[in-house]
Design a protein around this ligand. Structure first.
Ligand SMILES: [Zn+2]
Ligand SMILES: [Zn+2]
Length: 491
């Protein structure tokens, strides 16, 4: 049934979620939608617009200032980069000079070594030459002089023996030729040049240039060394935990996608009671008034459970309902909806009237494929939505602008995000990675910080998670629910 009104006249109503004018007879097809009479809306707008436009015009100088700031910051950066280049050049010149001196020293050493060797060799040659001359003179005397007396003969004999001994020893003393080499390898160069010349690091802190300081300034802290708060809660074989929620009275409720029942636990994980439901559970959210909203697994209904009553809160048909979130800030309920085409998020008033549809970004692009679970930042108007279809976690502000898309960081190739939660005490977002058997902690700008839990902690196929009021994380995974106490590092 189309909700578009093709009638020519009598369009007396404006439908907010459909963003169109409709006539009295088409009104019936928008019964769950937030609507307003077009005449009074027009009147409101015409009284509101002039002042709104005036405010916008007044913002022009501010924008102009920002344009100037952009120019000056680029100029400043250019100045700094040029200064850096000068520094690099002088560093290079210093290193070049030092290297030249070093080179000269090495050459000088090599020359000295050679001169030294030559001197010693000449001395040795002279010594040997003297010996040769002595032997020759002995030989000559023997040939020419017959009347050598016995004493002379003995002296000569003694001399000959000494010379022969000497020659025998001398020949073994002659130095071997040394291996001459210069021992620097090419990869040493790379290492050492880095040390000598330095490494370039160009940091651009984007946030610094944002004109308005949003509450997004507190630095994120890390979760470290999670410990079991108490033994894991067993889950009966065949039952799949699909939602864990804490009520305003601090009870923990666990819901199942395979069983039409919810179970209540106290804060220490002691089972209190069970309650039957008319539907299987896909997702749950708690309201500040103590009620719990439950979306239907493989269905379109969102039920409201109060102390005694269970009633229909909203029907998203023909779409399937997934993650539900009761916003503490906006006094609305978000419902992730999936169909064969692009998914969307319904924004519903506390009274159960559809008031907005989040489907496309401000730039007109489809935001979601399979929006699954949703969380909100505690102080800013930011929604975090997991989309296993796109294998992404998206962060969207209240102007439907996508702030970041997180693709799994180090587990990019292995990332199927299921549930997401925002932890106000450390200002960070955590997301379960079903495929990677892990829980990721992200900083506010959507960059990976750490694995809070991983396969090494025996986590298998994590699905839903809850941050409770005692800063513990409840994580459902294969056949159990693990509750971890987390320590926080303060950076
Ligand atoms: Zn019509
Ligand atoms: Zn409508």
């Amino acid at each position: 049934m189309s909700t578009t009104c093709f009638c020519d006249s009598g369009k007396k109503w404006f439908c907010y979620p459909c963003e169109q004018l409709i006539c009295e007879s088409c009104k019936i097809r928008h019964e769950n939608h937030a609507m307003e009479e077009s005449g009074s809306l027009q009147q409101k707008l015409s009284s509101r617009l002039p002042s709104a436009i005036k405010l916008c015009v007044q913002a022009i100088p501010n924008l102009q200032d920002q344009i100037d700031q952009v120019d000056t910051s680029v100029e400043e950066m250019e100045r700094r980069v040029n200064a850096l280049k000068d520094q690099l050049k002088s560093r290079f010149e210093v290193l070049q000079a030092k290297l030249m001196v070093h080179h000269e020293n090495l050459r000088q050493e090599a020359d000295n070594f050679l001169t030294n060797i030559k001197d010693k060799s000449n001395q040795k040659k002279e010594l040997l030459q003297t010996k040769v001359s002595t032997i020759e003179s002995i030989r000559d005397r023997c040939h020419n002089d017959d009347g050598m007396d016995i004493m002379d003969s003995l002296k000569l004999d003694d001399l000959c023996t000494r010379i022969l001994d000497d020659v025998k020893n001398q020949s073994s003393i002659i130095h071997k030729i040394p291996v001459i080499c210069f021992s620097v390898k090419d990869n040493d160069f790379e290492k050492e040049i880095g040390e000598l010349f330095g490494v370039l690091r160009l940091d651009v802190e984007e946030r610094q240039y944002k004109p308005n300081k949003s509450p997004l300034t507190k630095s994120s802290e890390g979760l470290v060394g999670p410990k079991l708060a108490f033994p894991a809660l067993p889950v009966r074989t065949g039952q799949k935990v699909s939602a864990i929620v804490q009520t305003s009275s601090n009870d923990i409720i666990i819901g199942y996608s395979t069983n039409k029942v919810i179970t209540f636990y106290d804060r220490n994980a002691k089972k209190q009671k069970s309650r039957e439901l008319p539907i299987y559970v896909q997702s749950m959210t708690s309201t500040s008034s103590g009620a719990v909203l439950v979306s239907e697994n493989k269905g379109s209904k969102v039920m409201k459970i109060e102390s005694k009553r269970i009633e229909l809160f909203f029907d998203a048909s023909p779409f399937k309902a997934f993650g539900v979130l009761c916003s503490k800030l906006e006094r609305v309920v978000y419902v992730c909806c999936q169909s064969d085409e692009h998914g969307h998020i319904y924004v519903i008033t506390y009274e159960g009237k559809l008031t907005k549809i989040i489907k496309k970004s401000a730039e007109g692009e489809f935001l979601f494929q399979k929006p699954h679970r949703i969380a909100e930042h505690s102080s800013c108007r930011i929604l975090y939505v997991t989309d296993p279809g796109q294998k992404m976690l998206l962060a969207i502000n209240n102007h439907r602008q996508c702030l970041f898309r997180y693709n799994g960081g180090p587990e990019r190739s292995n990332f199927i995000p299921i549930d997401v939660s925002f932890c106000p005490s450390i200002n960070c977002t955590v997301v379960t990675n079903w495929k990677g058997n892990s829980v990721h902690q992200l900083s506010e700008d959507g960059s990976f910080m750490s694995l809070v839990v991983s396969q090494r902690d025996n986590l298998l196929y994590p699905t839903t998670l809850l941050f409770d009021c005692l800063k513990r994380i409840w994580i459902s995974h294969k056949d159990k629910v693990t509750v971890l106490k987390c320590n926080f590092t303060t950076s």
